[in-house]
Design a protein around this ligand. Sequence first.
Ligand code: SF4
Length: 432
Amino acid sequence: MTKTFFIETWGCQMNDLDSQRLSGSLKLRGYRRVDTEGEADLILLNTCSIRDKSEQKVFSRLGRLREMKSERELQIGVCGCVAQQEGEAILHRAPWVDFVMGPGNVGHLDQILSGDRRVAIDFPDDRNYDYLAVDRPSATKAQVTIIEGCNKNCTFCIVPTTRGREVSRPFDDVLREVRAAVESGRVEIELLGQTVNAYRCPISGRDFGALLSAVAEIDYVARLRFMTSHPAEVNDSMIAAMRDHENISRYLHLPVQSGSSKILRRMKRLYTREHYLETIARIRQAIPEIHFSTDVIVGFPGETDDDFEQTLSLIAEVRYGSMFAFKYSPRPGTPALKIGAPVDDAIASERLTRVFDLHERIKREHLESYRGRILPVLVEGPSKHDASMLTGRTDYNIVVNFSAAASTPPGSMLGVRIDQAQHHTLRGEAVA
Ligand code: SF4
């Protein structure tokens, strides 16, 4: 009988893509994917450790699966960053788990399923990236990893431990994967990496800007996006590639984390407030219509009122279209633990509210500024909230729900006249 599997994914896009790879690799081995854990012979939890209490969440989830395993034949695997971080300890605390597999071993699932290894948390030189086996959930969009790991060692971040040192994929290998994705109808390509713009081809040394240009010039790539850029890795070649290719999204996620150079130094972010703002200005000069988004941490150890005010003033100056803000959360094994105690929780909460309030105002003005304009929108399919409408994204990565002929195929690029700005999205009507 055909074996079945269920994957639960937490966390970032890198984890999403790892789940697509795991799913594709299981399907190649004859497994069938099911939508509920109750039907599965194999359950994979693809975990994330970026936020507070991630480990507790995983163990409480495993506790619930224990009961299921006592009733029937079932294999349970813990994958992702919590697997990498906790390793063998997971098997001690939850002995009903069959295997623990870190992100470096996604391409080696075979050895693990065959029972050869119960704990696989190394970073093999051969990461075995079989792009033809990626089980892509979207018919129009493909995510493509170009670099894994991170060499930056920001003091608050667990990624260098859980995903290892940077390893870039060869340039031609990436182009082959993009061409294969385009041939299968995926017209939107998203290049992924923890520090995507640190990319360097391990064979030719070509940089991220060169890769961006080469991917943008592949026929039928209607839109090219990438995540996540590090401010210290933005260079002229990257900016020129974005400026010179209209199909590269006019949206750049550039995490600032703090507006205070003192805090940025403590975070080891490798740039100052001034350097960050200069980078924004250089990009805006080349691409005036660009839309920025960012990540912000409030309450990092040692953050004073003045440091925090500098974060607010930076947000007001850059006027981000979207933003992800969090209270600092101490992660086990990170250098920030030695820097000092986090800011008092009540103060950090109040700061977070002020960040959200400020950004809410900016975002509203942003969205309102599109009213009456005609924006190019890449169609994704029917809107989830209103079946009579379609949904898609603008070049600035804003979701637009709009009326258009229901026969419009996903992957089309349409002009949409914006007539309403909603809380996070726009509404409009397709124009001829
Ligand atoms: S650059 Fe990003 S992924 Fe790398 S250590 Fe810093 S926060 Fe973590």
